[in-house]
Ligand binder design. Structure first.
Ligand code: GUN
Length: 287
């Protein structure tokens, strides 16, 4: 078997078109233009690229984009007070603080300062808790993007054995809650997991989000499994490789995401959907 490719780039483009159409409809109805504030503190080269992509995507769909490029030495108090001001600004519907933050800043305190109704990353404990309780409000972008990709396969996920490799707050844990809500049986693997190959071999659905190049070997993949590769690792020659050994895995899987062009574009497209959702939630509060 050679797997079908789950084309995140194409699906993300469809989503951007849908969001742009929704923005036009809002303007026609004299509703507010969705606004997203993207904050970056110092930031390594990779973070700068991610932030540039997010701001560009906002502009493309007609959102207002509020850019805050903050000095790496900004104090925690200054950062928290800026977030407070954005919380009170009715033109700002979404607030995103690019992670990681410099070591002198308490990441949790920053996330918790964001108004949960503007937390378009879905990182605030309120939004995480709502997902755990099967009452999702704003959902984390990469996990929600993965669920959108999975819906595109048309495959019924109910009852599937899903194995998640990686237990991060940004991907592993929330995607596990998404899949549990979709009625999968979930197994979350991490660095202390015994016999990772055996866990993956038993999986109908594999989410690889460990951040380790080609950690998941192709011959571990069960015949017909769905494989979602969240990894973006740079090789010495500059090329990108995922957390899955793609060519070998493709011979066994039914569906597989490429790297690049799989999950990555979906994260940014989902951020746009979340910002539109936050603007719609704000309308509901006003009307
Ligand atoms: N750093 C890596 N991924 C993300 C993300 O999805 N959101 C934010 N804010 N920072 C990140």
């Amino acid at each position: 078997m050679s797997a079908n490719i789950l084309d995140g780039k194409a699906l993300a483009a469809e989503i951007r078109t849908q969001v742009a159409r929704a923005v036009k409809q809002r303007v026609d109805k004299a509703l507010s233009v969705p606004g997203l504030a993207v904050l970056i503190v110092g930031g390594d080269a990779a973070s700068q690229v991610y932030v540039r992509n997010k701001r560009r995507a906002c502009a493309e769909v007609g959102f207002n984009s509020f850019a805050h490029n903050l000095d790496g030495n900004i104090s925690q108090i200054e950062l928290l007070s800026l977030i407070g001001a954005l919380n009170s600004n009715p033109d700002v519907h979404g607030i995103l603080v690019q992670l990681p933050l410099p070591a002198h800043i308490d990441e949790e305190a920053v996330i918790e300062r964001i108004d949960p109704a503007k937390d378009v990353d879905g990182f605030h404990p309120y939004n995480v808790g709502r997902l755990v309780l099967r009452l999702p409000r704003l959902r984390s972008c990469t996990p929600r993007g993965i669920m959108t990709l999975l819906a595109r396969t048309g495959v019924n996920l109910e009852g599937m054995d899903a194995v998640i490799v990686g237990q991060s707050n940004i991907v592993g844990r929330p995607v596990a809650m998404e899949l549990l809500a979709a009625r999968c049986t979930i197994t979350i693997c991490h660095t202390r997991t015994r016999d990772l190959p055996a866990k993956v071999r038993a999986a109908d659905l594999v989410i690889a989000s460990a951040g380790r190049p080609e950690l998941v070997r192709g011959d571990w993949i069960k015949e017909g499994a769905i494989v979602i590769d969240v990894g973006i690792n740079r090789r010495d020659d500059g090329s990108l490789v995922g957390d899955v050994e793609f060519d070998a895995a493709r011979e066994r899987a039914s569906w597989i995401t490429p790297v690049p062009g799989g999950v990555g574009p979906m994260t940014v497209a989902t951020l746009l959907q979340n910002t539109l959702q936050a603007a719609e939630m704000a309308d509901a509060l006003i009307s």
